[in-house]
Design a protein around this ligand. Sequence first.
Ligand code: NIG
Ligand code: FE
Length: 388
Amino acid sequence: MTTTALTHIAQLVTNDPSLGEGPLGLIQDAAVVIDGDRIAWVGASSKAPATDNAVDAGGRAAIPGFVDSHSHLVFGGDRTQEFNARMSGRAYSAGGIRTTVAATRAATDAQLSANVAHYMAEALRQGTTTFETKSGYGLTVEDEARALRIAAAHTDEVTYLGAHIVSPDYADDPAAYVDLVTGPMLDACAPHARWIDVFCEKGAFDGDQARAILTAGKQRGLLPRIHANQLSYGPGVQLGVELDAASADHCTHLTDADIDALANSATVATLLPGAEFSTRAVWPDARRILDAGATVALSTDCNPGSSFTSSMPFCIALAVRDMKMTPDEALWAATAGGAQALRRTDVGRIAPGARADLALLDAPSHVHLAYRPGVPLVTDVWHRGVRV
Ligand code: NIG
Ligand code: FE
């Protein structure tokens, strides 16, 4: 296997406190050795072992590749007009999802696949090396299974979200739609997915429906995650904790009991500031969640309706500026936090044995991701040991 050393890294974020300073395990003037698709060694640049190749990072910072644990990339069409109307004063509602459902059903497999590839490549250029994506714009047995098959060709982190909204075809009989989602649709979708998700919200699925859907998925070997407490207070977060969901996503409207439940669980609170930004909604209170001791991840929620960004650096900048996270907390949440939200230990850190996923920044420190918002600071990305 070929070994490569990246040397003269001004500041390396390992996310391993045993390797460096503080919770981010920071090492100054560092080197990283990549062997095949794995990290083989990290330490002081002056002590780097001999390798086949060397890359001089030239005083730039290095961070683990971002782990974007929540996106909806299998879609057709776009919702420019809805965004434009919203920015002209109209409110966001879950109803716009129907527009994308119609466009997704009308799209060919090749169009949907090209769409996923396009936005994943866009994310990779911005440093995202692990990407979760969901179905949820098909809402028929065939269209949901097709979405997952297409997603699975691009990533291992695939989520069945047949329960995004009640299909318009079942508007008069939501209970029959839940039966479909937990029956024939689950049968068709489970082989292509790792996760099951449900949008637990007024106008989508209530707590009892969400419990039935996630429980049926668990029985089929899928792992639960949940869209919870995005637009209003509700049962989603506590249901997620009860079912040991890897993550409760959005967490915008939380009671003290919701926060307690998260803090005493293995469920990560995944915050999606792109959604609040693009819908002009109130920010999740990251400070309150972190101060209670819960684990926070940051993710893009990339989708054509509520958050059409693939940029983790943008989400970090919002989290720091508007959600009162420190730059260190935000960087951790966008890397190690995302890994925890996907129950992964091989990504989200730069340590021996981890997957060789990392990004170099045109900056001396990761803090510049928030300090210099909107600037494309990611200059080089390694994914599975390959420079992309
Ligand atoms: O995470 N919350 C539900 N689903 C998406 C929105 C999808 C859409 O508007 O198309 C979200 O924000
Ligand atoms: Fe979402």
